[in-house]
Design a protein around this ligand. Structure first.
Ligand code: HXC
Length: 514
């Protein structure tokens, strides 16, 4: 027995050494941790249970026969984060560049299957040269099997990806199918075709970081949700995101009593909306004011900043916040903001997180760029996501809610459970100037003083519609509230809706515009 135990110890020691000291040193020099170091930091201490440590490749070609590949370059298993179970896989660049071969892929599929069956979130730590070139089509098949499982698990369990090294070619599509992508600056890069191929095909010169680094995907492409400065920061973000998510779609997200009084009034909200309707302000101040201790975990910050999305807690319970940002493009809805909004609302709806929508938008962004880019198709996603969502939906109109954008921003008609408004709300088919131009055109043209006439007519329209009371009198707004009491009013609205039950017609699945 002693020999057997000694053999096990030696085997384990070899597997835990992964690619060996030299490659580990190189990994550290690149500013990266190894897969095992990352898992150790991510999970509660001593909670990691490894699965498939002894698995290795079966390759024979291109020098692979007998090639040593501890754990086949990916560490897989389960453990706990803040006491809650999770499954994890972490690719290790020190073993064959973390490349994905048949057995490496099989290990990832195994934890995907277990996570799905157990109703437990799965976290992928990616650091890989992509498909293992020596294994050819078996490696490609491995990716396909992973993509399929990502898709099946979507909306059932939370799937979180951290890009901590290269992620190139079709390999990017597993992360892209998950709920949240976190990238590490300088070391994490995602692209379909790399700089050399781009140079050869299009002649463009671009560095890997500029092409597919964290800030590119956070701010330009919208692929990433969060960017971190190093491995530790990225793994802290995983823990923070999971604190807002349930284990699976059948559970409620975790309630953490914050101790922040629900009826905390905020006198500063009485003056946050400027007297001039065209003057911007920062909606983040309002978001923070209503959330417990002002803690707002913003996602996709830097991408389509005319719309803000993120997670927070009200009375200890998670809430998803969607808010127009008047400081950027006047808070208009455009293609990118629509995509950002729709995906976020679907994340919340999949995982039982109520949605609070704060509205101040003059409408859709006009322009040929938007029309040619398909704002109709992208904007329709917003309507679809809100109308489809069955979680509690509370809408608060702060100022402008015009036209299609009024409807889109979770109006009563689209299925908001409760709609509130500040006294500064303006709800109409369009802004007063535009409305005056159309319905009073003849009077304005016939006038000796067209500018003054137009201003007077616009004011007439504003008096009639630029307030919440017409909409409230028609029942589209349930309550006009004092801004100072916003947190208490939202909290009470959410509290009464937590047990809400709502059904949609049975079907295979909807055909959401994409
Ligand atoms: C096999 C690989 C590998 C791969 C890296 N290695 N990528 N082995 N298959 N795909 C090995 C290297 O041979 C090397 O082994 C070790 O990993 C470290 O790699 P280096 O090149 O020394 O590291 P570095 O200089 O940091 O460069 C990293 C890299 C580069 C940029 C990722 O290795 C690279 O370009 N790799 C190939 C990337 C690629 O084209 N992959 C296929 C993408 S297409 P030794 O023994 O020397 O340490 C794809 C299709 C998926 O993935 C499709 C799904 C549908």
């Amino acid at each position: 027995m002693g020999d057997r135990r000694e053999e096990l110890r030696q085997r384990r020691e070899h597997i835990e050494a992964m690619g060996g000291d030299k490659r580990i040193q190189r990994q550290h020099e690149m500013g990266k941790w190894t897969a095992r170091e990352r898992i150790q930091y991510l999970l509660d201490s001593d909670s990691f249970e490894e699965i498939g440590a002894h698995v290795t490749h079966r390759g024979t070609r291109f020098g692979m026969a007998g090639a040593d590949a501890p754990a086949d370059g990916v560490v897989t298993g389960f453990g706990r984060i803040h006491g809650r179970p999770v499954y994890v896989f972490a690719q290790d660049f020190t073993v064959l560049g973390g490349s994905l071969g048949e057995m490496h892929a099989a290990k990832i599929q195994r934890v995907q299957d277990l996570a799905l069956k157990s109703g437990v979130p799965i976290i992928g730590l990616n650091d890989s040269g992509g498909a293992r070139i020596q294994e050819g089509v078996d490696a490609l098949n491995g990716y396909g099997e992973i993509f399929k499982r990502n898709t099946w698990a979507s909306g059932v369990i939370p799937q979180i990806t951290v890009i901590m090294g290269p992620s190139a070619g079709g390999a990017v599509y597993s992360p892209a199918l998950t709920d949240v992508i976190i990238m590490v600056r300088q070391t994490g890069q995602m692209f379909i075709t790399g700089p050399q191929v781009i140079q050869a095909v299009t002649g463009e010169n671009v560095t890997a970081e500029a092409l597919g680094g964290a800030d590119t995907h956070l701010k330009r492409s919208g692929v990433a949700h969060l960017a971190a400065n190093n491995d530790a920061e990225a793994l802290d973000m995983v823990k923070a995101v999971l604190d807002y998510l349930p284990q699976n779609w059948l559970e409620e997200p975790p309630v953490l009593d914050s101790g922040d009084p629900l009826d905390r009034a905020d006198a500063s909200l009485a003056s946050v909306i400027p007297d001039d309707p065209n003057k911007p302000y920062d909606v983040i101040g309002i978001v923070k004011s209503v959330l417990d201790h002002g803690d707002f975990f913003e996602l996709q910050k830097g991408y389509a900043d005319n719309l803000v999305v993120g997670l927070g807690r009200i009375g200890g319970r998670p809430a998803g916040i969607v808010a127009n940002q008047p400081r950027v493009l006047a808070g208009t809805l455009d293609i990118n903001a629509s995509d950002k909004l729709a995906r976020f609302v679907r994340l919340c709806d999949a995982f039982n997180i109520p949605v609070v929508t704060l509205v101040d938008t003059p409408g859709y962004l006009p322009g040929t760029g938007q029309e040619y880019g398909g704002i109709i198709r992208h904007g329709a996603k917003v309507l679809y996501a809100y109308a489809e969502a069955t979680v509690p939906k509370v809408t608060l109109i702060l100022r402008k809610a015009y036209g299609g954008a009024y409807l889109a921003m979770c109006s009563r008609s689209l299925g908001a459970d409760l709609v509130m408004a500040w006294p500064t709300a303006e709800i109409a088919v369009m802004g007063p100037d535009g409305a005056a131009n159309i319905i009073f055109r003849r009077e304005i043209e016939a006038s000796d003083t067209p500018v003054e006439t137009k201003a007077a007519k616009a004011e007439e329209y504003r008096q009639e519609f630029a307030n919440p009371y017409v909409a409230a009198s028609h029942g589209y707004i349930d309550a006009v509230i004092d801004p100072v009491e916003t947190r208490a009013r939202l909290a009470r609205a959410l509290m009464v809706l937590y047990n809400k039950h709502d059904d949609r017609p049975k079907k295979h699945h909807g055909n959401m515009p994409v």
